[in-house]
Design a protein around this ligand. Structure first.
Ligand code: ARG
Length: 563
């Protein structure tokens, strides 16, 4: 029983001539100050229809309600404030969570429609950047959240494995590289070659021409070029896989840019047919001045295609293959113009589904306020960051719980979970500074703190051997537990809000809130204490345990039973 539903049902009789049940439910809100009531119904929107002063309307409606349905009903100006019956609400809440378990909050809103999520998408021959880490964890959490409410997410790792840079890399490898060196430390060596190429090219511009020529060969399927490219790709993917394994993120497709190499002729032909291409110094562009955007460069004068050309081909392919209801692109904010152009070109082509292409941007991770960059070899190696977090988590565990079995696996879950949680807890568009020490702290608004609270619940339940009894009802009506119960009730709404805004931080903030509120309860109330309420208090602990675990799961974070 959801509080809003109870109130809406009560109001329906009085308002049936003016508002539908849905409208009423929509209007119900939470008062800013909890002393004002658990929920409130503002009557502003009725004032126009009923042609009366809001205060009067509120008074009149309140008089028509059955006072027995609530603990109290107060009219304050244009608001009708409701205090719910704590025993009833707590009973219904525990009953629902304890029976639905990890399905609490499941919805069928998505109607099983597909949502391809373009995420992670690192570039081969380069280290995976912090930006790619963000894309990976944000995309993964959005996929889990959408799945929870009935969509069918489809995670696509659109690997950056095509473009003129591979021509340059081949040139550099043939001039200064060796098989041995690449095999030994693939990404580092390939990055070195790439950096060297650019340094040399500053004094020797002919290198650029050589690079272009080799990329042309690659595009034309030249054997040597293809072979080298395939090898670089494989070595890179193997290294990326180690990071994905640590994060436990999987993909449904690795179709990267090269997959579209033979699929670009079609969109280009369509653009020609629709007379959208204009020539600009030999290059083909789509004019987007009507959208206040720079023209989209589709084909260079030498016939080479570009990043956006491949994205056009991939968008068409995804629409045709997945018949998506929405297509998400979890990509840094710095590419927002690119996605505006992509949408605009699709719109010009006459596809109304261009509206369903959604760029889900995010901000930068900084270090001491400065952008982390991969250029000039100044890189932060992700794998090292994750390993470091695991080491720090291990040290914390050794200190707090030295006899724990399976310390290494728990340290991995806590260390990696900490990095993921730290990334997801802020609005995704915010930039944030990265400091490992902050990430793995057990106190404050961190992943380990939430995990620790979950483990605390699990431990109470273990110690008391508590199990729910099928025909027993659990009720609480004290004010300490009420704060926890209200939050438990709000879990499904938090999921929906996170999904609507493509914002995992909503879920991260929710679990922090629940953990903090529970810990306050834990500090005030003696939970394990033999009286007739003990069973109900343990039902609350069990409910919190389940919701924290499921909330963390939706972020891609484990909830160990002990830590
Ligand atoms: N590989 C690109 C990069 O690292 C990101 C690709 C994003 N996805 C897309 N469909 N454009 O910047």
């Amino acid at each position: 029983m959801n509080g809003k539903k109870v109130i809406a049902a009560a109001l329906e009789k009085a308002l049936k001539d003016y508002l539908t049940l849905d409208d009423i439910t929509q209007l119900i809100e939470q008062p800013k100050i909890s002393e004002h009531g658990d929920l409130a119904f503002p009557v502003f929107s009725l004032a126009k229809i009923m042609r009366k002063a809001p205060q009067m309307i509120a008074q009149e409606i309140a008089e028509q309600l059955d006072p027995n349905d609530f603990e109290a009903i107060n009219v304050v100006g244009p608001y009708i404030n409701f205090f719910l019956k704590k025993d009833q609400v707590s009973e219904a809440t525990f009953k629902q969570i304890l029976s639905e378990e990890n399905h609490y909050g499941d919805k069928t809103i998505g109607d099983n429609r597909m949502v391809p999520i373009d995420m992670s998408s690192p570039n081969i021959a380069k280290p995976m950047s912090m930006g790619h880490l963000r894309s990976t964890v944000i995309g993964n959490s959005i996929a889990l959240i959408l799945e929870k409410i009935g969509y069918q997410p489809f995670k696509i790792n659109y690997i950056g494995d095509w473009g003129t840079q591979f021509g340059k890399l081949i040139v550099a490898y043939k001039k200064w590289g060796s098989e041995e060196a690449v095999k030994k430390d693939p990404i580092k060596e390939l990055l070195r070659l790439y950096v060297d190429f650019h340094e040399e090219a500053e004094t020797d511009p002919s290198l650029e021409d050589e690079g272009r020529a080799w990329f042309k060969k690659l595009e034309d399927g030249d054997e040597e070029a293809t072979h080298l490219w395939q090898w670089f790709r494989e070595e890179s993917l193997n290294e990326f896989q180690r990071i994905y394994d640590l994060l436990e993120v999987t993909f449904d497709s690795y179709n990267g840019e090269s997959f579209y190499n033979d699929k670009m002729a079609y969109p280009i032909q369509l653009l020609e047919e629709k007379q959208l291409l204009t020539s600009d110094a030999g290059a083909d562009i789509v004019d987007l001045s009507a959208y206040d955007l720079n023209p989209a460069l589709i084909r260079k004068s030498d016939g080479a295609t570009l990043y956006i050309t491949r994205d056009l081909a991939s968008a068409l392919y995804r629409k045709k293959t997945y018949d998506f209801i929405k297509a998400l692109y979890v990509v840094g904010n710095e590419q927002s113009i690119h996605f505006k152009q992509l949408k605009a070109v699709l719109k010009e082509m006459g596809y109304d589904w261009s509206e369903d292409i959604i760029h889900v941007p995010f901000g930068l991770i900084t270090k001491d306020g400065k952008k982390l960059s991969t250029r000039k070899g100044k890189i932060v190696l992700l794998e090292e960051v994750l390993q470091e977090a695991i080491t720090l988590a291990k040290a914390q565990i050794e200190e707090k719980n030295p006899t724990l079995t399976d310390k290494d696996e728990i340290a991995r879950q806590v260390g990696v979970g900490a990095v993921i949680f730290h990334d997801l807890k802020n609005d995704r568009l915010n930039n944030f500074d990265f400091s490992l020490e902050d990430v793995v702290r057990f106190e404050g608004e961190t992943g380990p703190y939430v995990q620790y609270t979950h483990a605390r619940c699990a431990s109470i339940l273990r110690r008391t051997h508590w199990e729910k009894k099928a025909d027993q009802t659990y009720q609480l009506n004290d004010t300490d537990s009420w704060e926890v119960i209200k939050l438990l009730q709000a879990f499904p709404q938090a999921i929906e809000r996170a999904a609507e805004k493509y914002e995992p931080s909503v879920m991260a903030k929710y679990v922090i809130d629940l953990a903090q509120t529970f810990n306050k309860y834990y500090a005030h109330v003696k939970i394990v204490h033999d009286d007739e309420q003990q069973d109900s208090r343990l039902a609350l602990v069990q409910s919190v345990e389940m919701v924290l675990k499921e909330g963390l799961r939706l972020l891609g974070v484990h909830a160990p039973e002990e830590m």
